[in-house]
Design a protein around this ligand. Structure first.
Ligand code: FES
Length: 178
């Protein structure tokens, strides 16, 4: 571009061939905002789509549609526990602490015994006839696992049982009702 052409085009401020000379600042700013918004909308879309599978998995877990299967595991011989006593065991995995309580000659209840408040171990108090969490004086009903005192709000997960051939077996963990 020579000096003659520049005189005919007064909007071109530079002699050199500067590529910015044809961008209007107002237009450029509008374009930037729009691009930014588009980018944010795109990022939100990607985030939403990428989290969908986790949402679906959580929903299936909570609604119990994805029924888990549990192995049957022997807890103890019936003769080894006296009425009013409890034994600890692990179920379904070796780190899942649980408690079996013998309430009558042929009446048993079992729960995972991690407190649903802040995860302290819950124990059986034959004296109180309740499942007790010592950390914050939480109490659970032994018939239902439902909290009846203290801060816990959710029941202890109940373990389903079966008695056969002089022994008590764990057969599964009940789902939370939603
Ligand atoms: S941890 Fe059990 S009552 Fe708080």
């Amino acid at each position: 571009m020579d000096s003659k052409d520049r005189k005919e085009q007064p909007n071109v401020p530079f002699q050199e061939d500067n590529y910015t000379h044809n961008i209007r600042k107002d237009g450029e700013r509008k374009l930037d905002r729009r691009s930014f918004m588009k980018m944010m909308a795109g990022a939100a879309g990607v985030f939403a789509v990428s989290t969908l599978p986790w949402g679906a998995i959580a929903a299936r877990e909570l609604t119990g549609l994805d029924k888990k299967t549990y192995a049957k595991a022997k807890i103890a011989d019936t003769s080894a526990i006296k009425v009013g006593e409890a034994v600890e065991f692990a179920y379904p995995e070796k780190h899942d602490s649980a408690l079996l309580v013998k309430l009558g000659d042929n009446e048993y209840k079992a729960y995972q015994n991690t407190c649903t408040h802040l995860k302290c171990p819950v124990f059986w108090s034959g004296e109180k006839g309740k499942l007790v969490c010592p950390c914050h004086h939480g109490l659970y009903d032994v018939q239902t696992g439902i909290p009846i005192a203290g801060p816990p709000q959710r029941p202890l997960p109940e373990i389903t049982l079966e008695t056969a051939e002089g022994a008590v077996y764990a057969t599964g963990v009940k789902r939370y009702e939603t």
